[in-house]
Design a protein around this ligand. Sequence first.
Ligand code: R2B
Length: 305
Amino acid sequence: MTHKCLCSDKYSNENAVKNPHLAGLENDYLYHIALDTETMNLVEAFGDTKFVCMGGSPKKMYMFAKYIMEEIGHKLPFGTKLLDISEKGDRYSMYKVGPVISVNHGMGCPTIGILLNELIKLMYYAKCKNPVFFRLGTCGSIGSKPGTVIISEDACDGMLQKEYSIPVLGKLLTRSTELDKQLWQELKSLSLPDDEFEVISGTTMCTNDFYEGQARADGAFCDYTVEDQINYLKSLQRKNIVNIEMESTAFAAFTKAAGIKSGVICLSVQDVLEGDEISVPKEVMDKWQARPQILVARYIKQHLD
Ligand code: R2B
């Protein structure tokens, strides 16, 4: 038994959340990001947010916060430094630099889903106007070289469905994983001929597992052959699936349900057709991490007003 979620996909602050029970809460404690509506003035602290950027690791998102601060010329008050706003929650690290939030989402759909619920409520309580959400991730690419930047056109799950489903009250609740086409086009147009990295796009496959779920043959379990693995990955390639990661369906589904424009930009850390091992040296990887950030910074700078 399944049911489809009927959600608007235009942002308006009043309709970003779709939960009549919230109005009855005396205090909404955004538990995992350590914010609340009773003791904090969320409008004052977050009302100017325009861009919410998320990526897997806390360190990467700290580096992004520092990078975007330089890029937009944001100055911290004298004698202060970047503060992890969600430190008390001990789950996510979140920074705010002018109109930009930079926050890590961990690994997998459940983890990013919890964060998105709380961030969408934060946007609502803070009365933010038209925030745009980005996932700056890493992925395995199918047939393009490591270091390539991949902009998702849309996202499918491990069964190739362009949907994100979770069991709710014993039934599957299904939401569309369509991403904003206009934003996707715009992000693609931000790659410049002189960039030292290639940018491609197509459908992103989002799996619930890093090993068997992504057809790897180097996990603790595997009952298929390497030939099966390659045949499967090539069949995905023929369906215009260009990369594999673990968060895009939940990210696309929750942002769309809230009417929030969103985009997924990932750095490939390996071509999955070339083997299971991720062999790019750490220093090279650290340098490459900046690539999706460069595109997003260009977008942010063009939309600052
Ligand atoms: C990419 O990298 C992580 C797995 O190593 C996961 O979060 C993802 O989507």
